[in-house]
Design a protein around this ligand. Structure first.
Ligand code: 5GP
Length: 195
């Protein structure tokens, strides 16, 4: 007999800065916030104007963050640009068991750590349109100094290398298209035989 248990999917979304992943995720949640849940991370960085405690992040001091690391509070954490960022463990299992998809908006190192713990999670990389443009320019233009070209290429190369660790890549050149693409990925994943 075929048994079916509806569990949620763990979805990891990463992007280089400026790729617009926050906007895409907001749009996904606007469309459906009943079967989708965005995990709120903790950070030791200070709030930026407009950010809200418990909505954007949980803001902790460096000391409190380190205490929580020791207590095993995080499923993953990292040090990014001099500040801690971490995904709290609580709620994730509960939401997945309720059939709710859990979205983690985290950087590449955190994503790699999640992959070690939850290899069946879905990994989506959002690419900024400027990278595509950059590759085109690198190929066709000869006006930049060699040093500049090399520096840009190195950055692009690093990002492209990271992409290969993800299941899907979505280039955000038009917001509507990018959101549609992510929606299609999420729908297709629900139809997978191994799920
Ligand atoms: P920002 O300071 O701009 O809000 O975030 C900096 C980076 O940290 C972004 O790439 C963001 O996705 C990432 N980030 C946010 N929360 C977490 C988290 O809980 N874990 C990890 N590994 N990265 C995170």
């Amino acid at each position: 007999m075929i048994k079916s248990k509806k569990t949620g999917q763990l979805i990891v979304i990463s992007a280089p800065s400026g790729a617009g992943k926050g906007t895409i995720i907001n749009e996904l949640l606007k469309r459906d916030n009943k079967t989708r849940w965005l995990s709120v991370s903790a950070t030791s960085r200070l709030p930026r104007p407009g950010e809200k405690e418990g909505v954007t992040y949980y803001y902790l001091t460096k000391e409190d963050f380190e205490k929580k690391i020791e207590e095993g509070y995080f499923i993953e954490y990292t040090n990014y640009a001099g500040n801690y960022y971490g995904t709290p463990k609580n709620y994730i299992r509960e939401k997945l068991d309720q059939g709710i998809d859990v979205i983690l908006e985290i950087e590449i190192e955190g994503a790699a750590n999640i992959k070690k713990i939850v290899p069946e999670a879905l990994f989506i990389f959002i690419m900024p349109p400027s990278l595509k443009e950059l590759v085109r320019r690198l190929k066709t233009r000869g006006t930049e100094t060699n040093e500049k070209i090399l520096k840009r290429f190195n950055t692009a190369y690093k990002e492209v290398n990271e992409v290969t660790k993800y299941n899907y890549v979505v280039v955000n050149d038009r917001l509507d298209d990018a959101v549609e693409k992510v929606e299609s990925i999420l729908k297709a994943e629900k139809c997978r035989v191994d799920r």
